[in-house]
Design a protein around this ligand. Structure first.
Ligand code: C2E
Ligand code: MG
Ligand code: MG
Length: 573
């Protein structure tokens, strides 16, 4: 309704005299009035004028008012329009037909002229109140069931729809599928591009996923960067597989956000009814476990739920909560493995390797908990503990009269990308009161080969603290010589897989030779890892590899044991 003007009434009646009387009465009661003399003219006038109220005669020469009423009521614009029909007094049949056609109310002939204005004003007000109520109901419904950022169904609505679909499929012995879609590394993107951009990105991804599905499917945002798709009925697995592949492809297309091009990928977990659960909660939980499998399998792929995943998910969960306790409970330890000069047999450094001594699980190797720690962010406190512990150990050995020993610590990508990494190292060196040259950081190729300029800047900051920098597991990544040349690196560590295979596989031998030559050319030190036999040592000596590390000399051992090992071998001098 036009709020500024008086309400507009459209009067459709073939009786010109009655129209004149009504117009005069209603205008004096404060309404504006427009007239039409038959059904066809009435409909055209209604479309053109969009009145606030329609007053309709039931019988006209070119048709009846009920039909006009029905047509207006069934149109989008007329859905909430107050329509009042003028019927004969006591003509209950007409009154019934009026309501059946969708009329809001009726007035009877002969018209009670003193009352008609009041009556129409009352109907108008009641109908406005109703419209507002409907609007706020719709708004409440929207807020309760929709995600504010993407406009998709929220978890609540998904739960409802899943419940309905489950009941339906149970009755008809049908199948349904739930896809859980999680963006890969969204947190990093969100932190680096800002949350405003992050929200826009979520909006784009939401639209893309929604464009992949059918009308009867539900796309929902569960929170964060997690989406779900409900396929309420599926015929074959190919329905699901095609959809998962379509979504992966669409999500992976570049996103243009305010002129900035961004690429993300997604990992998808899929569960099916009745195969993987018969409640909404079970299906969502199992899709989630499958999604984690997709992440573990290298991201940007989809996985179906399998029963053994459940046990693994449970293990993960207990492992994670135990690991949290381990940090506070002092269950972490460092072992130290010597690095020996291949030519002279003297000690050139040690590598600190983390162990978790769990009361329930025993001694846990890093490969079992470091990946989980990296995924959950626990690697930050663990990594900080490792560096702090290493610095103290360096100080303790100095105090015990050992010569300065260079100790290497392994650094995870997450740690390295942490904003104040250099600052943290400076602080930890200060705390332990040691010089940076006693500490070496082991980085991996994949970590330093991305975002080159900022990596090189960080490496220079670390060098400025006097630290040594090593590339661990060298040869397994995709290092480019050009990149390597630009980086202030001190050491290359040849990955143990090459050392292991060197005697039987000519390609591995060639790689070992090439890395040694590369290190020489770039004037870097070179350490061969995983040296277990005398034959391996002899070959590496032949190839002029500078340093070796491996079980042949010593396994990683606790600090006191290392000290005893050192004194036994080299004495105090
Ligand atoms: P890495 O840095 O490449 O460490 C070498 C691994 O090879 C160690 O396994 C070591 O015990 C093992 N090793 C050494 N000599 C030999 C040998 O002669 N033969 C064989 N078969 N293995 C040998 P570990 O201690 O289980 O550590 C595994 C990986 O876990 C490390 O690989 C490193 O990537 C990671 N890691 C260990 N400690 C930490 C830590 O404090 N922080 C982080 N972020 N990662 C760590
Ligand atoms: Mg290492
Ligand atoms: Mg290594």
């Amino acid at each position: 309704m036009n709020p500024a003007a008086e309400p507009l009434i459209l009067l459709v009646d073939d009786d010109a005299g009655l129209r004149l009387m009504l117009r005069t009465t209603l205008e004096s009661a404060g309404f504006r009035v427009e007239e039409a003399g038959n059904c066809a003219a009435g409909l055209t006038a209604w479309e053109r004028l969009q009145p606030d109220l329609l007053l309709l005669d039931v019988l006209m020469p070119d048709g009846d008012g009920y039909e006009v009423c029905r047509r207006v009521r069934n149109s989008t614009a007329g859905r909430n329009l107050p329509i009042v029909m003028v019927t004969g007094l006591d003509d209950t049949d007409s009154i019934n037909r009026a309501f059946e056609s969708g009329a809001t109310d009726f007035i009877t002939k002969p018209i009670h002229w003193a009352m008609v204005g009041h009556r129409l004003r009352y109907i108008l007000r009641a109908s406005q109140a109703l419209t507002e109520l409907k609007r706020s109901e719709a708004r409440i419904d929207y807020l309760a069931n929709r995600d504010a950022i993407t406009g998709l169904a929220n978890r609540n609505l998904l739960g409802d729809r899943l419940g309905v679909a489950l009941a339906h499929n149970k009755r008809l012995h049908g199948r349904l599928a739930v896809l859980l879609i999680d963006l890969d590394r969204f947190k990093t993107i969100n932190d680096s591009i800002g949350h405003g951009f992050g929200d826009k990105l979520l909006g784009i991804i939401a639209e893309r996923i929604a464009a992949c599905v059918r009308d009867e499917d539900t796309v929902s945002r569960l929170g964060g960067d997690e989406f779900a798709v409900l396929l309420p009925s599926i015929h074959g697995m190919s329905d699901v597989i095609n959809l998962a592949e379509r979504i992966l492809a669409r999500v992976a297309e570049a996103c243009d956000i305010d002129g900035q091009l961004l690429r993300v990928s997604a990992s998808i977990g899929i569960s099916l009814f009745p195969d993987d659960g018969d409640s909404g909660d079970a299906l969502l939980k199992n899709a989630d476990a499958a999604m984690y499998l997709a992440k573990e399998s290298g991201r940007n792929n989809y996985q179906f739920y399998t029963a053994e995943l459940n046990t693994r998910a449970l293990e993960r969960l207990t492992l994670e909560s135990r690991l949290r306790q381990a940090i506070e409970g002092g269950e972490l330890e460092l072992y130290y493995q010597p690095q020996i000069s291949a030519a002279s047999g003297t000690l050139s450094g040690v590598e600190a390797l983390i162990r978790w001594r769990s009361p329930e699980l025993g001694l846990v190797a890093p490969m079992r908990f470091i990946p989980l720690a990296e995924e959950t962010g626990l690697i930050l406190p663990i990594g900080e503990w490792t560096i702090r512990r290493t610095c103290r150990q360096i100080k303790d050995w100095q105090a015990a009269g050992l010569p300065a020993i260079r100790v290497a610590v392994n650094i995870s990508a997450v740690q390295f990308q942490q904003r104040n990494f250099t600052k943290l190292l400076r602080q930890l060196l200060l705390e332990a009161d040691i010089g940076g040259s006693n500490l070496e950081l082991e980085l991996t190729e994949s970590m330093v080969m991305r975002d080159l300029d900022s990596v090189i800047a960080t490496l220079h900051e670390l060098k400025a603290l006097g630290l040594n920098l090593a590339i661990d597991d060298f040869g397994t990544g995709y290092s480019s010589l050009n990149y390597l040349r630009r980086m202030p690196i001190d050491v290359l560590k040849i990955d143990q897989s090459f050392v292991r295979a060197m005697h039987i596989d000519p390609a591995s031998l060639a790689i070992v030779e090439a890395i040694i030559a590369l290190a020489k050319a770039l004037e870097l030190e070179c350490i061969a890892e995983g040296v277990e036999t005398e034959a391996e040592l002899a070959l590496l000596q032949n190839l002029r590899c500078e340093m070796v590390q491996g079980y042949y000399y010593a396994r990683p051992m606790p600090a006191e044991e290392f000290q005893a090992w050192y004194l036994g071998r080299f004495g105090t001098g």
